[in-house]
Design a protein around this ligand. Structure first.
Ligand code: E4P
Length: 434
């Protein structure tokens, strides 16, 4: 990441078209300013923008200039968290929303990972994005177009945006306790309640295999979010490593962990950078050693997702999170094998991360051996469980399900018309004719 040590300059766009729009913008800007590793340097005026696309209400828009040591992925995750805390719910594109935070420009960085495109591809086209951005960072060079923001041509999408106020009347100071992330969000006015709690996404299921047939089958069932591999799993298949990873990414179109084998951090970084070029879905898997932690920091700063693997105790998980890992993989089955409670490790890590909202590392329960493990780690709050194909198959199995189904079908065989589809079609046709 450019400017990793001193921190990179980043312009974030803010928009709101629902509720107390001014307050939403101000709360979001303050939350960004209170985020560890982020310094707020400047805030724009607030601009009123006519509704565009599917939105019905006018937007208020603004921009802030930040200096940050966080990775692009880390800052994006923070923006999503702030949106959720302010009550944003998933909507269709362009619809009205409580708050919208967009990474517009990242100093010196061009990136297109699918999830994150920098600079924002439409920044220069829209007045409501460019006008506030220019105000906070006129000299910042647009890394795609090579021009300072102040020199960019007039945007083609014009919404008549015009200044109607200021974003932050009092400049926030990071030491103000009201702005500390741990105490945020809090009502600014006595009568305004806290924003609704965010809904957590359901635990994701990854498949722990490099076998393409298994992956295709499981993917067709529609419940698989990603895949993890390791050198042993790849070796077991006896196929070309890179081509296998590429094909898995093509099937899954979600996170696919591919592990490095170098032992020194420079070697890990080199392998990681190359693997990340195989597909935007590659997550670089790195073992939990001191060199691994150092390599994780470097790759995370470059916006590459890292899964830190072979974690067997909570302190290791803390280090990985501080290094910017996207995932930590505690191996629960291998702990059970040596008479230590693997699920307890997941509980400890989830609790520990929960104490520090600035840690965005996802807990990926690995070395999962049986369906009970899956239920236990979900109850413990793991973000992901990765399971072998055989365990996935066993998730649906229960003898009482089979016995119950057999009984239902036996009873059904006794009714005069057993053809449900035919009966429904006839009934629908009759209703349509009425
Ligand atoms: C996945 O990321 C791990 O490499 C895998 O779950 C290890 O599982 P095992 O302990 O069954 O080999």
């Amino acid at each position: 990441m450019r400017g990793a040590r001193r921190g990179a300059l980043v312009v974030v766009g803010l928009g709101s078209s629902l509720g107390d729009r001014q307050r939403n913008l101000e709360l979001a800007a303050r939350a960004l300013a209170a985020t560890p590793g982020v310094e707020l340097l400047a805030s724009s005026a607030v601009f009123r923008t006519a509704p565009a696309g599917g939105a019905l209400s006018p937007f208020l828009n603004a921009a802030v200039l930040l200096r940050t040591r966080r990775s692009p992925r880390g800052l994006l995750a923070r923006c999503k968290e702030i949106e959720a805390r302010l009550g944003r719910r998933p909507t269709r594109r362009w619809a009205d929303r409580v708050i919208d935070l967009d990474l517009l420009v990242w100093e010196g960085l061009r990136q297109d990972t699918g999830r994150l495109r920098l600079p924002h591809p439409r920044l220069h086209e829209r007045d409501f994005a460019l006008v506030p951005a220019r105000q906070v960072a006129p000299e910042l060079v647009h890394p795609g177009l090579g021009l300072r923001l102040r020199d960019l041509p007039a945007p083609t999408v014009r919404t008549g945006c015009h200044a109607v106020g200021v974003l932050l009347p009092r400049r926030p100071v990071a030491t103000d306790p009201a702005l500390q992330y741990s105490s945020w969000p809090r009502p600014l006015d006595a009568d305004s309640g806290p924003p609704p709690a965010p809904r957590r996404p359901a635990m994701k299921l990854f498949l722990d295999t490099a076998n393409l047939d298994e992956i295709r089958q499981a993917y067709d069932w529609g419940v698989i979010d990603g895949v993890t591999t390791n050198p042993s799993l790849i070796a077991r298949e006896g196929r070309d490593f890179v081509e296998t990873i590429h094909q898995i990414c093509e099937i899954v179109q979600g996170p696919v962990s591919a592990e490095t084998v170098a032992l020194d951090w420079e070697g890990m970084v080199r392998e990681g950078r190359l693997l990340a070029q195989v597909s935007e879905h590659v997550v670089v898997k790195i073992p939990l050693t001191m060199d691994g932690i150092r390599a994780t920091r470097v790759l995370a700063d470059e916006g590459i997702d890292v899964n830190v693997t072979l974690c067997f105790q909570p302190a290791q998980a803390l280090l990985a999170a501080k290094a910017g890992a996207a995932y930590i993989s505690p191996f629960i089955g291998r702990l059970d094998d040596i008479s230590t409670d693997g699920v307890e490790l997941i509980e400890q890590i989830v609790e520990m991360y929960g104490n520090y909202p600035d840690l965005t590392t996802q807990v990926l329960a690995a070395s999962v051996r049986h369906p009970m493990h899956v239920a236990q780690v979900a109850a413990a709050g793991a973000d992901v469980a990765t399971l072998p194909f055989s365990t996935l198959q066993r998730l649906v199995k229960h003898p009482l399900t089979d016995i119950g189904l057999k009984q239902f079908l036996a009873d059904w065989a006794g009714v005069p018309d057993t053809d449900i589809a035919g009966a429904v079609e006839r009934w629908l046709a009759a209703r349509a004719g009425r």
